[in-house]
Ligand binder design. Sequence first.
Ligand code: CA
Length: 708
Amino acid sequence: MGTSRNRSILEPKARSLCVRAGLCAGLALLAAGQQPAAEPPAAQVTDARIDRIDEEEPGAWLAYGRGYRQHRFSPLTQVNRDTVEDLGLVWMRRLDVRHRLQSSPIVVDGVIYYTDSWSVVSAVDADTGETIWTFDPETRRRYARWSCCGGPINRGVAVYKGRVYTATFDARLVAIDAATGQQVWDVDTADYPSRVPYTISGAPLAAAGKVFIGNSGSEWDHRGYVTAYDAETGEKEWRFFTVPGDPSKPFEHPELELAAETWNGEWWKLGGGGTVWNSITYDSDLHTVYVGVGNGTPWSREIRSPGGGDNLFLSSIVALHPDTGRMKWYYQTTPGDNWDYTATQDIVLADLVVDGIERKVVMQAPKNGFFYVLDRRDGELLRAYPYGAMNWATHVDMETGRPVENPDAVWEEKPQWMLPGNIGSHNWEPMAFDARSGLMYIPTHDVAFFFALPEDYAETGVYSPRERTMNLGVASGRYRAKLIEEAPPRPESKGFLKAFDPLTGETVWKVRNKSAQIGGVLATAGGLVFQGDGSGTFSAYDSDTGELLWDFDSYGSIIAPPVTYRIGNTQYVAVIVGAAFAYYDTGKMLVFSLGGDAELPVPPERDRAIPEQPAMSASVEELDQGGKLYHQFCASCHGYSARGYRNADLRIMSRAIHDSFQDVVRGGLLVDLGMDSFAEDLDETETELIRQYIISRANIDREAAETR
Ligand code: CA
């Protein structure tokens, strides 16, 4: 830990590593083997300081969503509608990973703190990009296999009272001294039994003297919870479970009694789901923490909770007392979740005049396609307009507060493409709110998912859970492919940036992204909205009209939200870019300012043609078995039908990997890259059948490409 790495190839002028006087003195003493004297320590971020960010620190970005209210709106105006054409790259830093990158940097006192996908934290001079320290929490790489969606993820740190907090993909919460980069404490947040290990992808929230963190992976049979730790000591203060546990045991807290009445069957055996994997928001006006709760496990509600029920607190916003963890109120966006419709999307706080009454509101665009405005004192529903394409429901009944499901879209009876799909109309990519105009800038996508019951369950009415693999409770493999062939075609996938009025439901403008994979959003008082997308384009739009004013090719894939900050007289815009499959490249952080003229090196293009494959020896039956095993153990990272996912396309793996396939799959040869050993799951013969299946898939796709 504390090693300097990832030096930028554009790292410009030499500059002192310590940008603050107190920090320099402390480092000098440390180098001399002494304890630092009572210097003013770094990053003294307090609740009050975050609350006054707009008035007192317009140039800072102190918390995940900039301030506690999660507006992702900056009052800076140097980069504006008129000047943005001069925006250019000033420096970049490499992140030594090829994964998707979702990290949202924090900028305090001239220092940027950011993470890579293994939760390695870097503190860098926000002006020059020079390394101050790097901290590697040594996340266990084998946990990548327990990812819901193709590899490790981390969304960033919290900075608070001289500490930097990072949550790791192997479910630890680590406190680091902000001045020195040394570890202060490290706690295991997964101290609750589970069928497979818990992971964490979200950024922690630090507020009210505590650090709050949830966990990820409802799909992996988890029971969701959020835990509060003492920010100073790391001591566990309370835990709120989002779904009830085994009814033969006492309720861990009183709210679960209410929740348990809304469940049926033996849901606890597969955890029930409800992970708090992204959104935790602190309300300093009302001293409340709002947590966004995830989907049910399995997805299919008739398998999860036969006999029905709303399944509280799935897909809900839950308001908790930060000191005790007791619930103040909840609002369930999707009762009886049946579509992976999480309410883990970012929760934005504002004061709005609604129907002539001044309200303190919470706003959310959860996966289900409705945009909610609730009174944050009691959870009263004020607005619920659709913001994305949908066929699962027709509207929200404002009397009952419940969505009215579309009787023509019952996928258990008639397998079909559902909109929103499982990734939702909006996912974790944060939206931005301009309180002056009242407009929310939402990254949205219309991406359908084909829902059908699993083949064996459809035939027998009995669901057989599988060990050490996801239990989605929906059709997969060849059976699903056959149903898709018989169904109307899949609706086209599209990504949009929308300027949306939460009170009228009007989309004031929208632009279509180049990719259905869309990035988080930044809005500024300069009249600009910044967003990247999966094509690697980083764009700035006029916030009034949506007119494209500036764009930049990052030669990567941008899903992380950009941030902006000011050092001296210079406004910077920073965004973390993931490596795109099209290039041999790593992740990188790009930092822009007016007049910036650094050149971004163009990475070499990857040859994506499927190479000639080794000889295939398996029979049709064996390939079928190989395919089943592949989909059980490999598809969540390497893609359905071995068509590739993110950066792990097995159809193009080298002969060397083919030759060492057993060592890789069973021997853990590539565990440092996140490829765990599957020796507990697969014997040698099964492993070879998977390889044969990959060869067969590669041959089919190679032939198709040649005849095109
Ligand atoms: Ca999910």
